[in-house]
Every structure is written in C-alpha cells, then in structure tokens.
Design a protein around this ligand. Structure first.
Ligand code: NI
Length: 257
C-alpha cells in the first residue's frame, strides 16, 4: 500500500525516546508521506526541523486553539517566517475547541483563528482546521474567508456541514476514530463524500485505530483508516490508499515522491 498520513504529531513528547527510529521505519511500512502540523510556536519549529531531517516529512505551522492562551501579536510574524521555509505546506493546526473547560476563552480562540486564516490567505497556503464541539462558530468563521481553502481534520461534524464544506472547496480528513464502534455518523459522511475530497490521518500519538485502540499511535496504523474508508466506498484498500495519497499531494502541493 502507498499511504499518506496527513496529520501526525511527531514533535510530541510521546515520541521522545524513539522518534528517529519510528520515523525511519515508515517508508518500509508503506507510508510514503507524513505531514506534521504544529500546535504552538515551539512544536511548529520542531515540525519544520523534522521535515528538514526526513525527506518524506512535510510540515504545517500554527497555534492550536487549546494552546492560544498566551497568544501575542508577535506570534504571527514568527509563524510567517517559519511558513516561508521550503517544506511548510499549510497553516495548522488552527481552529476552535470548546470541549475542554479550561481552554482559553472562546473569544480569544476565535481571534487567534481569524488571524491565522488571514495569514494563510496572505501566504496563499491551505489551512488545517481543528473543530471540537464548535461546529457552528467554526464554519461561520471559515465562511468569512472564502479565498482560503483547507481541510477539517478528524472530521466530526454533520453530513449537512460536510456538504457545505465540499461546496466551499474544502477537504475532510479522517482518523482511526472511524474504526470505533460509535463511528456511524462519520461513516455516513464518508459514504456521501466524493472520493477526491477525502484524506486520511492518524493524529498520532492519539486516536489509535481498532484493534489497537489504547496503544500509542503512529503512522504505521494509517492503513487501518484506508481500509475503513475502502469498506464504506466498496473499493480495494490499496485503491483508497492511493486515492487519498494523491488527494493529499494535490492539497499540500507536494510534487516529489
Ligand atoms: Ni492534531
């Protein structure tokens, strides 16, 4: 299988002990490409460094809504600088997260989301959006920037919102969550979704697909997400892998590999 894990956090402390070893093993496990998004300035820098170290790793830079508590305007210039480096292909992950009670205030999350959408627009880069329990606000902010295209990572919204996003030219991406028992809603979205709008990801080290749920996740499990998509779409897993790989290369403007 030829796979593109479009969202994995190898900057995470969960890979402290064996990061190089795990990443080096990926080409041998069918994983041709990995995109590592940032969650704050430091992890964005690490993502860029990993992309420089591994030819098959690309990066996105951005500040995650859960990490925007100490946002200052200087951050935007630092992100802009990082975004100018060769292997940065998106601004992300950015968005809204209303799930955690101790997250930064919603008004601040929205402000930081808008500033980064503007940054993406000015750099002509796509965005990677994190939307947890914030579907309505997230979509309405996205609609304020019709020139920006992006992907909703780990899509958890409704079929109706998926139809709106597709109309706006966006992609949806899916994790191991679609292998869990309660995945019915996401599977309905996938059933409807045009194949050229689907990307796959692990969100490593989180969200390990069944039957390995509970273990640390890595890109070596992304084939299980391709297999789940293939089952819904009635195609071979290899074909789902290949199509989502091509979608990811097109979306992130990756010409090589
Ligand atoms: Ni993530």
């Amino acid at each position: 299988m030829h796979l593109f894990d479009t969202h994995a956090h190898y900057d995470s402390g969960a890979f402290q002990a064996d990061r190089t070893e795990v990443l080096s093993s990926m080409p041998g496990r069918g994983v041709e490409l990995i995109l590592n998004p940032g969650c704050d300035l430091e992890s964005s820098r690490t993502a860029v460094a990993l992309a420089e170290q591994f030819p098959f790793v690309y990066a996105a830079v951005g500040v995650h809504p859960s990490d925007c508590g100490d946002w200052e305007d200087g951050a935007l210039e630092k992100l802009r600088e990082l975004a100018g480096t060769a292997k940065v292909r998106a601004i992300g992950e950015i968005g809204l997260d209303y799930y955690w009670k101790d997250n930064p205030p919603r008004s601040l999350q929205q402000e930081v989301f808008r500033r980064q959408l503007e940054l993406a627009q000015s750099l002509d880069l796509p965005v990677i959006v994190h939307d947890r329990e914030a579907h309505q606000d997230c979509l309405s902010i996205v609609r304020e920037y019709p020139q920006v295209r992006g992907v909703y990572h780990c899509y958890s919204g409704s079929l109706e919102d998926a139809k709106t996003l597709v109309k706006l030219g966006w992609m949806l991406s899916f994790t191991g969550v679609i292998t869990y028992k309660n995945a019915r809603k996401a599977l309905e979205v996938i059933e409807w979704l045009p194949m050229d709008r689907i990307m796959i990801e692990t969100d490593s080290p989180y969200l390990t697909p069944e039957p390995f749920r509970g273990r640390r996740n890595d890109s070596g499990y992304v084939h299980l997400v391709a297999e789940a998509i293939a089952r819904v779409k009635g195609m071979e897993a290899g074909q789902a892998a290949q199509l989502t790989l091509e979608n990811g290369k097109r979306f992130f403007n990756i010409k090589e590999a």
